[in-house]
Design a protein around this ligand. Structure first.
Ligand SMILES: CC(C)(COP(=O)(O)OP(=O)(O)OC[C@H]1O[C@@H](n2cnc3c(N)ncnc32)[C@H](O)[C@@H]1OP(=O)(O)O)[C@@H](O)C(=O)NCCC(=O)NCCS
Length: 165
């Protein structure tokens, strides 16, 4: 079941993110702040966060928000599945939830940033398998030898925007 993320989910979501061993302590602290800010104010600015539950236990989450100063662009900021449950289609389910919600809001494009290092090869494959294309690469963005890769997904234009003929 996928439901809106609640403030009481935070400790579990940070713990399962830590369990992936993909994030540094500073990034885990940032996640805690992002979730606190989301519940405090950012949910009012069309930020969205959902929790995936199995047997009443959170096993993953996904966070997305409008991309500032763009025409209906969106950014996926976080998507994490508990390592004990990865590879069973849950990540794809969470991503589709975000995409469906963005389409309902009239979104045009969804971007997601990730690292070009070997440690993130599986994450990049996940986005490719889910239909995302590599749109840009910034060499040495995160650190020397650690490129930023931006994947994108474009949504079909609503019928009223499509040209005649
Ligand atoms: C990335 C992540 C969310 C994917 O979730 P998941 O539940 O494992 O992924 P799914 O089972 O839904 O897989 C969806 C597709 O991606 C592919 N995929 C997933 N993990 C893969 C891997 N390690 N290697 C190759 N392909 C992979 C699957 O094969 C599947 O494709 P298919 O349906 O064509 O077979 C999860 O692995 C994760 O939390 N990783 C650590 C955190 C992270 O990197 N988050 C993204 C940056 S914030």
């Amino acid at each position: 079941m996928i439901r809106p993320t609640l403030p009481e989910d935070t400790p579990r979501l940070v713990a399962l993110t830590e369990a992936t061993r993909m994030f540094r302590p500073l990034e885990l602290e940032t996640l805690r702040e992002v979730l606190d800010d989301y519940h405090a104010v950012n949910h009012e600015s069309r930020h969205r966060c959902v929790t995936l539950e199995l047997d009443d236990q959170p096993i993953g989450f996904c966070y997305w928000a409008p991309a500032a100063m763009t025409d209906r662009g969106w950014y996926l900021y976080w998507i994490v599945v508990d390592p004990d449950y990865q590879g069973r289609g849950f990540g794809r389910k969470l991503l589709r939830e975000a995409e469906d919600a963005i389409v309902v809001e009239g979104g045009r494009m969804l971007l997601v940033e990730t690292s070009g290092t070997e440690a993130y090869a599986a994450t990049r494959e996940f986005y490719r398998r889910c239909g995302y294309a590599e749109a840009a690469r910034v060499p040495d963005y995160y650190a020397n030898g650690d490129d930023q890769i931006i994947f994108s997904l474009r949504f079909p234009a609503p019928l009223m925007e499509q040209p005649y003929g």
